[in-house]
Design a protein around this ligand. Structure first.
Ligand code: ZN
Length: 446
């Protein structure tokens, strides 16, 4: 009995200093996510008939215009309940007819953005996204019913719900909850918002893109309400030739910023929601398929995709019909709300953990060539009360070993040979929340 009580309040003690290892507010956040609200929101979104990017914008009951106005009003309601803690606005871009074969007429692609301003680092942003738009078999059919209940009302509803839950708290970093549009037509909403972020000089910590987070019955026959996927690309496409060459000698092939964000989410989930099975997938997205985190990756920002583990293709991008006894279509009744709530909670606890954490250390240097010890050093992070040096076997996907550094901005790992592991450094804040890990970018030779 004593042990379990102790585990619930695990503290890492050192002489005169302690760093919390768990934050019980995170459990409150998990409990606050409401299945009922998610169910109501997915129903509402599916009931707009179609949310195709090119669909009607005038009607108040049907089409993407009605859908985005409703999403905006939901964010505004959440904001009213927290003393206007959200800054809610549309961000839009005109996409011209013929930009690609799916843009059959000029269209204004409109995203709905809600910003919860951080108290300490207002210009640093962690994003959660879902998509507003939907489609059926023919990607240019913008009039017939396309309920898009799982793809992607589930992600959109999760984003609205995360805003409701997290708006009750104050964070040091800013959080952005966003409904993106134009996904099915060619990732236009993400592209627009990533460009807007650059223009505004936003410091993007990363984006957690949710695309299909409500289906538990795979087309492969597997029913699984515990596993979900975290897709992340290995290294940013914006890296330089020099960085690419350096990897041959110093490593980093599987240690880009998006991969570190994926590992962060994996770890937070394992810590606070051990009933879930996060599955890191070492690729940008599904084989040959796309999602709205990609335009952020293209712009050099960290970004990952959170998604169910087993997809059902008869319920994705399909005209609603019955054929050979199979009901095709992405309809409301196929969404599993307990699972939708779990994955929403995964997002919420990761948004909170990152938004409560200090920034990732920069200028991380590593040395130890022909030495018995590995040495690391990094720039001090304002607001960090400690740092954590991590290492792992070169074949391991997760940061399995760590050492807390309470004083200074360097560490020597005695007897840990640099050749046999990969290393990284995270900053630790006063409530124990850690930044994502920084992979070394500087080689120390002395
Ligand atoms: Zn889709």
């Amino acid at each position: 009995m004593t042990t379990s009580v102790l585990t619930a309040f695990t503290f890492c003690l050192s002489i005169g200093t302690s760093v919390a290892q768990t934050d019980t507010r995170i459990y409150d956040i998990i409990d606050a996510v409401s299945e009922d609200r998610l169910r109501a929101d997915v129903k509402k979104l599916a009931d707009f008939g179609t949310r195709h990017t090119l669909s009607d914008t005038v009607s108040n009951t049907r089409g993407i215009g009605a859908a985005r106005r409703w999403i905006k009003s939901e964010f505004e309601k959440t904001s009213q309940a927290c003393n206007n803690c959200l800054d809610v606005f549309y961000q839009s871009d005109l996409v011209k007819k013929g930009t690609n074969p799916r843009i059959v007429k000029d269209v204004v692609v409109v995203n709905v953005v809600a910003v919860q301003r951080g108290s300490k680092y207002p210009n640093r942003y962690i994003l959660m996204s879902g998509d507003i738009d939907s489609r059926i078999s023919d990607p240019t059919n913008y009039t017939d019913d396309a309920p898009g209940a799982n793809d992607n009302a589930s992600g959109m509803a999760g984003t609205l719900e995360a805003a409701r839950v997290l708006s009750k708290y104050t964070f040091e970093n800013s959080i952005i909850y966003v409904g993106l549009s134009g996904e099915e037509q060619g990732l236009f909403g993400g592209k627009g918002l990533a460009a807007y972020a650059k223009e505004q000089g936003w410091e993007i910590i990363g984006i957690m893109n949710n695309d299909m987070i409500g289906n538990i019955e795979g087309v492969d026959g597997v029913i699984d309400n515990r596993t979900f996927r975290i897709f992340s690309e290995p290294v940013p496409p914006t890296e330089t030739e020099g960085q690419r060459n350096a990897r041959r000698f110093y490593g980093g092939e599987v240690d880009g910023i998006s991969r570190q964000l994926a590992r962060f989410i994996y770890k937070t989930t394992k810590t606070y929601m051990p009933e879930m099975n996060p599955m890191m997938i070492y690729r940008l997205d599904r084989f040959g398929r796309g999602g709205h985190h990609r335009p952020f990756n293209d712009a050099g920002f960290a970004g990952i995709r959170i998604m169910e583990a087993h997809e059902n293709y008869t319920q994705q991008h399909q005209d609603i019909r019955t054929e050979n006894g199979i009901n095709y279509g992405d309809t409301f009744e196929h969404v599993n709300f307990p699972y939708n709530a779990k994955l929403t909670a995964v997002n919420a606890i990761n948004l909170a953990s990152i938004a409560w954490a200090p920034p990732t250390p920069s200028n991380v240097g590593i040395g130890g060539i022909v030495e018995a010890n590995a040495r690391l050093q990094w720039d001090a992070v304002e607001g960090a009360v400690a740092y954590k040096v991590y290492w792992r076997d070169t074949t391991s996907p997760t940061w399995d070993h760590s050492r807390l550094i309470l004083n200074g901005t360097s560490a020597t790992l005695k007897g840990i040979v640099i050749d046999n592991f990969f290393f990284g450094v995270a900053a630790v804040g006063k409530d124990g929340h850690e930044s994502p890990v920084a992979f070394p970018s500087i080689i120390i030779r002395d």
